[in-house]
Design a protein around this ligand. Structure first.
Ligand code: SAM
Length: 326
């Protein structure tokens, strides 16, 4: 049982840590077309500062960590950070979210450092669409290779996250779903959140995605239920892999939210979709005590709103997802 719970009695045990706001891709659903104002080196938390925050958070009950960004693998020495965090006794799950383009290079050292599993953003299986979505001419093959290397070094499971955008990549839903049968892939279909992007095509809900997937057979719920996050998991009868659905828009899962987010510039964000933040960087650099740091973390927990307000048209404007970690 976690020691942290918010004002709505939700246990909070999960910290997502953005280690950089930089990314080598420019995904249309994540980054504004004009790009972002990049933080300077001094604005970014050092690995030692992140360690100090995590140590305090784990003493309060956080035991699950995810490293994200920006693209975490563009910050040098991320494996070193993972090694530091893995030494904190109370951390029993350390994972990482990446766009996969540098995974082939780093998978083995991440695994040796103590990383347990990895989520890879993969929105298309076609090179031309990959270039369109990522607004770069990077190579989709690098991501696919990275996924295979991650599996081969024992990062397990490798989950593939696809943000499904109507008129952009929804024509590939069946291709991704087929891979759960033919290749044992674990794919998660995520509803597109209208936060940063220039996408104007109609929204596609998970229930519409499921109707399309019925062409491949009947999806059976995974029992006993797998995962402890917002995804609901299913599989086709003959499949080794799974299909997860994540419904931030059509059916929010805020009532089960167990998360806090730490931005690369040291702000604790109680909710992805609210602008409220508590600064930890300045207090840390001014020599705050461990007790004081813990109090700030507890304050952030108590400031978690009950739910996001996307349905009412409220969209946070302060930071695009690439600066919060998604
Ligand atoms: N660079 C890493 C990556 O590509 O996975 C980590 C950061 S990225 C911000 C983390 C996740 O945010 C991505 O997996 C993507 O699924 C999610 N994301 C970003 N913008 C989104 C949006 N508008 N709607 C839904 N999910 C989004």
């Amino acid at each position: 049982m976690t020691g942290l719970s918010d004002s709505f009695q939700r246990p909070i045990n999960y910290l997502r840590i953005s280690v950089t706001d930089r990314c080598n891709l420019r995904c249309i659903y994540c980054m504004p077309s004009e790009g972002i104002y990049l933080l300077s080196h001094q604005d970014i938390l050092t690995y030692e500062e992140i360690y100090t925050i995590v140590k305090a958070a784990t003493e309060l009950g956080i035991n699950k960590l995810r490293i994200t960004g920006g693209e975490p693998l563009v910050r040098s020495g991320v494996s070193k950070l993972i090694e530091m965090l893995a030494q904190i006794d109370a951390t029993d799950d350390i994972s990482l979210t990446t766009n996969g383009s540098l995974l082939r290079r780093y998978a083995a050292e991440l695994k040796s450092a103590g990383l347990q599993r990895v989520n890879v953003s993969l929105d298309t299986l076609k090179q031309d669409k990959f270039e369109f979505i990522t607004r770069t001419n990077n190579n989709l093959g690098d991501v696919l290779d990275g996924i295979e290397v991650a599996k081969s070094v024992g990062l397990n499971p490798v989950k593939l996250n696809m943000v499904v955008m109507s008129g952009v990549n929804d024509d590939e839903l069946l291709d991704f779903a087929t891979k759960t049968i033919s290749e044992g892939w674990h794919v998660r279909f995520i509803e597109f959140m209208p936060v940063t992007s220039t996408i104007t095509s109609p929204f596609l809900s998970v229930s519409d995605m499921r109707k399309r997937l019925e062409q491949l057979g009947e999806l059976e719920p995974c029992l006993p239920s797998v995962g402890n996050g917002p995804a609901k998991y299913f599989r086709f009868p003959q499949a080794k892999g799974t299909i997860g659905f994540i419904t931030p828009v059509s059916e929010h899962f805020c009532f089960h939210c167990n998360r806090l987010r730490l931005t690369a510039d040291g702000k604790l964000r109680p909710c992805l979709l609210s602008e409220d933040e508590i600064d930890l960087k300045q207090p840390l650099r001014s020599g705050i005590s461990l007790v004081g740091l813990k109090q700030l973390i507890e304050e952030a927990v108590l400031r978690k709103p009950l739910r996001h307000r996307l349905a009412e048209g409220y969209i946070p404007k302060d930071r695009p997802f690439c600066q919060v970690g998604g």
